[in-house]
Structures are given as structure tokens and as C-alpha cells.
Write a protein that binds this ligand. Structure first.
Ligand code: AP5
Length: 214
């Protein structure tokens, strides 16, 4: 296991289908390794809540479980990443080969962690997920319930169910993942930075497996 300072300089991409635990693991890496986390999903949902121009453009795509167009996401993420100096975790970016190429033009990624989970488990996880709108902490009604029902352990926020977590939309998101994001596994394998991690089982054990390889 590496020391805290080395982790701070590491640039990580979290890859994996919807519900594979990217947000859950990113939250632990942020809390325990001190890495900055940038989640495209969280940034886009905030834009939707605030009814910004980006939010208005993104909402229709997100509600249907489709990807937001590359031109919108690439400019947004390039701008956000340009403000970061040290190590960071990209949760949900890139999601297409075009996005990966754009990322490569501005940053050298050290590790790509691909969380592997089968489809039925993903549907079960997402349809019972609850999320905090304030700090973006993630819960599951059975696997990771909050201490007090409906209330975020981290910040006291009121938990809600994401509009794209209905079974129909989840299945569409899985299809979109296979068509657009799955090719990134081969892309990063060729670059020699890919690590496949079993995303099933105990959340802490998965985190320890990730920490071992950093
Ligand atoms: P985004 O918010 O990124 O959604 P996602 O990739 O579909 O991933 P999720 O947040 O649903 O799942 P996760 O892997 O983070 O799992 P989590 O830790 O929450 O994107 C939403 C939308 O925004 C997209 O559909 C698209 O429209 C748009 N978008 C985002 N990025 C984009 C991009 N780059 N380009 C274009 N469009 C983009 O865990 C899920 C559940 O499982 C939780 O309840 C959790 O408690 C539970 N859980 C986690 N780990 C375990 C475990 N080991 N065992 C049991 N339960 C577990």
C-alpha cells in the first residue's frame, strides 16, 4: 500500500457500468486518500437543479438514460480539470472514445479502474439506490442503508431517488454503456493503465483492492 502523499499525485479514471460502484468508491477515495473527485453525473445533475443553460440542454438526455452530447461534456470537463493541480479521480468521464482522446490531450492518466458487475446486480443496486443532493453521498436501501431513514449520514441532507433509476431507464443506460463506453476497456488496456477490479462483494474490500494498486 502506498503512502498518502503519493496517492495525492495520482490521476485516476473510474470506469464501469451504471451502478458498478464508481460513486461509492470515489467517495471513499476522496475521504480516505484525500483525492479530489470530479463526477460528471453530479456536475450535470447540479446544472439541471439550478436550471442553467447546460442543465436545460442535458436534462432530456439524462432523463432517457442517454449520454449528453460529447461537445457539451468535453468542454465542461476540460474547464473543470484545468483548475486541478494534483491527483484526482474522474468518475463518469470519459465515457466515449472521443472523450478519452480529448482527456489525453490535457492530462496523463496513471490508472483506469474498471469495476466489473453483472447486469442483474446492477439493476437491483440502482432501483434501490438513494442519493444525497447536497454532498452526493450514495446509499442503498438494503446493502448500505443510512443510519436514519431518508437522511444523509454525512451532511444531514434529505435523500432522494434519482429520476434515471427506474428499471426501464436503468436498462437503457446499460445498453448505452455497452455501445459507447465498453470500448474504452480495450482503449485503456492498449495504453497499459487498465486494472479490472471485481465490483461485487463488500464495499470496504473493494476499496482495499483499489488502494493496493495505487
Ligand atoms: P452518472 O451519475 O455518472 O451515472 P452512471 O455512470 O450511470 O453511474 P451511477 O452513478 O448510476 O452508478 P455508480 O457506478 O456511481 O454506482 P454507485 O456508487 O452510485 O451519470 C448519469 C447521467 O449523466 C448519464 O446517464 C448521462 O446522461 C450523463 N453523463 C454523465 N457522465 C457523462 C459523460 N461523460 N458523457 C455524457 N453523458 C454523461 O452505486 C450504485 C448503488 O449500488 C448504490 O445504491 C450503492 O450504495 C450500491 N453499491 C455500491 N457498491 C456496492 C457493493 N459493493 N455491494 C452492494 N451495493 C453496492
Amino acid at each position: 500500500m502506498n503512502d498518502y502523499r503519493r496517492s495525492m499525485d495520482t490521476k485516476i479514471v473510474l470506469l464501469g457500468p451504471p451502478g458498478s460502484g464508481k460513486g461509492t468508491q470515489a467517495e471513499k477515495m476522496e475521504d480516505e486518500l484525500g483525492l479530489v473527485r470530479l463526477s460528471t453525473g453530479d456536475i450535470l445533475r447540479e446544472a439541471v437543479r439550478n436550471e442553467t443553460e447546460l442543465g436545460r440542454e442535458a436534462k432530456g438526455f439524462m432523463d432517457k438514460g442517454q449520454l449528453v452530447p460529447n461537445d457539451l461534456v468535453i468542454d465542461l470537463m476540460k474547464e473543470k480539470i484545468s483548475h486541478l493541480d494534483d491527483g484526482y479521480i474522474l468518475d463518469g468521464f470519459p465515457r466515449t472514445v472521443e472523450q478519452a482522446e480529448a482527456l489525453e490531450s490535457i492530462a496523463e492518466i496513471d490508472h483506469v479502474i474498471n469495476l466489473e458487475v453483472d447486469d442483474e446486480e446492477l439493476v437491483n443496486r440502482l432501483t434501490k439506490r438513494r442519493t444525497c443532493p447536497n454532498c452526493n453521498a450514495v446509499y442503498h436501501l438494503i446493502y448500505k442503508p443510512p443510519k436514519k431513514e431518508g437522511v444523509c449520514d454525512r451532511c444531514g441532507g434529505k435523500l432522494y431517488q434519482r429520476s434515471d433509476d427506474s428499471e426501464e431507464t436503468v436498462r437503457n443506460r446499460l445498453k448505452v454503456y455497452r455501445e459507447n463506453t465498453y470500448p474504452l476497456i480495450e482503449y485503456y488496456k492498449k495504453k497499459g493503465v487498465l486494472h479490472n477490479i471485481d465490483g461485487k462483494g463488500d464495499i470496504k474490500e473493494i476499496f482495499e483492492n483499489i488502494r493496493e494498486l495505487l
